[in-house]
Write a protein that binds this ligand. Structure first.
Ligand SMILES: [Mg+2]
Length: 181
């Protein structure tokens, strides 16, 4: 795999869950907006509610002054429901890693891409999209083991990429401000 290609797939940080992301640290580093994936990042696949610890974490993000937006490849109905529930704007049917939905999110947030953190559970959609944007990317482990059929197909390739990144020492699970691999 070419190094530039790998670089675009490399998250700046890896965390077990969004609630493990240190919001204060990000704020101190100058980030002021967060773009979230929805399914398997904030909520479990097909879940109808938001876990309490995630809700609390999102509230803290709001208190710290983070502007937030959900960018999801899921359908309008599901994404809108969570958007209303959480009071966070959302872009459904995003077709990540395409740039357009991310650019729309930047517009909604009135944010500069380099001050944005993109958090998601997939390398080929969330991390790739966020890196191409020039934002700080955080990969989290999927909330649920069950997933869309197409996602399951991508997971094998994802495992290979993560293996290569780890082997090359490019994967970081600690905080470094946009110091790309
Ligand atoms: Mg996801």
């Amino acid at each position: 795999m070419r190094r530039q290609f790998l670089r675009n797939l490399c998250p700046d940080m890896v965390k077990k869950s969004v609630v493990d992301v240190n919001l204060e640290e990000l704020r101190e580093a100058g980030y002021d907006a967060i773009i979230f994936d929805l399914d398997n990042t904030l909520v479990g696949w097909r879940a109808k509610t938001v876990p309490q610890d995630v809700t609390r974490w999102l509230e803290r993000a709001g208190d710290l002054g983070f502007k937030m937006c959900i960018v999801s490849n899921s359908l309008v109905r599901r994404v809108t429901k969570f958007s209303e529930l959480l009071g966070i704007p959302a872009i459904p049917k995003a077709i990540k890693p395409m740039q357009r939905p991310f650019l729309r999110a930047l517009h909604i947030l009135n944010a500069h891409p380099q001050k944005v953190v993109v958090i998601g559970d997939q390398v080929f959609t969330d991390v790739l999209g966020g890196n191409r944007l020039g934002s700080f990317t955080i990969l989290v482990r999927p909330v649920d083991k069950r997933e869309f059929f197409t996602t399951i197909l991508f997971r094998t390739a994802e495992k290979l990429v993560l293996f290569r990144l780890r082997k090359k020492g490019m994967l970081k699970d600690f905080f470094t401000k946009k110091e790309k691999c």
